[in-house]
Design a protein around this ligand. Structure first.
Ligand code: PLP
Length: 454
């Protein structure tokens, strides 16, 4: 059995996330063996431009030796310690201090965890803990949006607004409210401007809070740019209008920066790109450029104060993960932040981002492309059956998945969310590689167009 291929062993042994498990044996997995820069290589040595930085995370690309060194150094020095019960370690402390110094709005404390889901799950638990501390135990409902993605734990999957994450899992848990998705192209009324659309959504949010009772609504979760929902950039005026409603009813704002954090949208945080004032912020992915699992939750004094007070009363804040603030991950994250600063990652995004955005917008002329959208180094094109009336393709045609499969065959790995194809390459990508990525994608689009006979 030892001469079986990796692909064969995979089919026999791996339960894959986000995969049609029934169909998997026929499709077969793509075995990636190594990476360098913005490219990864399969077993046959074929190269692929990684148009999604893996899972929106490998901001510095592959083969960054300084991150390898940082991990190896820390492995030798202190491969494990934790932050439970008044213990600490230098890299954990340094990382929290560094993140507080980088925070776009005043933040009080940082909680370290292993994944974006864990950071958001912790935020949900803090919302409950705080409500109990304040003696307002009924004020615990959380609002999240259609097409949101906040993770896959029982609680965070409940906030996630995508059908696959809830179907057959008996989710959501109670106490989750659903607000509209701010996608102007899809959901604005005829002739409604972006500002008017934002005003309408803020009004709908206010009506929902009033209908539920402001004394029962604790928090609103939002990604600055919605990622897994299809790269949805908020319409003009959206966040200030939403924030005004939340302020009026004492509702906390949790900003999920898991994708947007660390330069993806052109500023260090999406919070800055869109003028948001979060009470909590979650970070992961680009925090370590994906080289080690780590996430962070930042909380302001409005959250931390009552939580510390409650812990004083009951004795302990009873929450934490074995690998929260893992020293190897923390060391890798610190070195990642050093590299972002030394290489001026924001200047790099400012330099190459327009090549991606202009290239995507140029695809608006293609017969399959209804909308091209994005900011900084994140974007998407939405494929439609009829550009004039924005009619989508029938889902069973799986046009997005089909185009992505063709793109893979042409040497670019992308991801389809329905019929939106997302782009979020490593932030270190060159202008030439952006052009090459878009060229390969264009060939895939043309081929799909030919097959669809449109
Ligand atoms: N939040 C956002 C915006 C994400 O995109 C993701 C993952 O893609 C998560 C949270 C969950 O992170 P993780 O997969 O590390 O649990």
């Amino acid at each position: 059995a030892s001469n079986r291929t990796i692909a064969e062993k995979d089919v026999d042994s791996v339960l894959h996330p986000y995969t049609n498990l029934k169909r998997h044996p026929e499709v077969g997995p793509l075995v990636i063996t190594r990476g360098q820069g913005v490219r990864v290589y399969d077993e046959a040595g074929r190269d692929y431009i990684e148009g999604l930085a893996g899972l929106w995370c490998t901001s510095l690309g592959w083969g960054e030796e300084r991150l390898v060194e940082a991990a190896a150094r820390q492995m030798r020095q202190l491969p494990f310690y934790h932050l439970f019960s008044h213990k600490t370690h230098d890299v954990g402390v340094e990382l929290c201090a560094r993140l507080l110094a980088m925070a776009p709005v005043p933040m009080s404390k940082v909680f370290l965890a292993g994944s974006g889901s864990e950071a958001n799950d912790t935020a949900i638990k803090l919302i409950h803990y705080r409500a109990n501390a304040l003696g307002t135990p009924d004020k615990k409902k959380i609002i999240a949006r259609e097409k949101a993605y906040h993770g896959v734990t029982v609680a965070t999957a409940s906030l996630t607004g995508l059908v696959n994450n809830q179907r057959s899992f008996d989710l959501p848990i109670p106490g989750v409210l659903r607000a509209a998705c701010p996608h102007h192209y899809r959901f604005a009324k005829d002739g409604e401007s972006e500002e008017d659309f934002s005003t309408r959504l803020a009004g709908e949010l206010e009506a929902m809070i009033l209908a539920e009772g402001p004394d029962t609504v604790a928090a609103f979760f939002a990604e600055p740019v919605m990622g897994a929902g299809g790269v949805i950039v908020p319409p003009a005026g959206y966040f200030p209008k939403i924030q005004a409603v939340l302020d009026r009813y004492d509702v906390l704002l949790v900003v999920d920066e898991v994708i947007c954090g660390f330069g993806r949208t052109g500023k260090m945080f999406g919070t800055e790109t869109f003028g948001i004032r979060p009470d909590m912020m979650t970070l992961a992915k680009g925090l370590s450029s994906g080289y080690a699992p780590i996430s962070a939750l930042m909380v302001n004094e409005r959250v931390y104060g009552p939580v510390a007070e409650e812990s004083g009363r009951i004795g302990v804040f009873g929450h934490g993960y074995t690998y929260g603030g893992h020293p190897v991950s923390a060391a890798v994250a610190l070195e990642t932040l050093n590299i972002y600063a030394e290489r001026d990652i924001l200047a790099q995004v400012a330099e190459v981002g327009p090549v991606l955005q202009d290239g995507l917008r140029a695809l608006r002329g293609h017969p399959l492309v209804g909308e091209a959208r994005g900011v900084g180094l994140i974007g998407a094109v939405e494929l439609v059956a009829d550009k004039a009336n924005r009619a989508p393709f029938p889902p069973e045609l799986a046009v997005g998945a089909r185009v992505v499969a063709k793109a893979q065959a042409k040497g670019v790995i992308l991801r389809a969310m329905g019929d939106a194809v997302a782009f979020a390459p490593p932030l270190v990508i060159s202008k030439a590689d952006i052009a090459e990525m878009l060229r390969r994608f264009g060939l895939a689009l043309d081929e799909a167009h030919g097959e669809l006979g449109r």
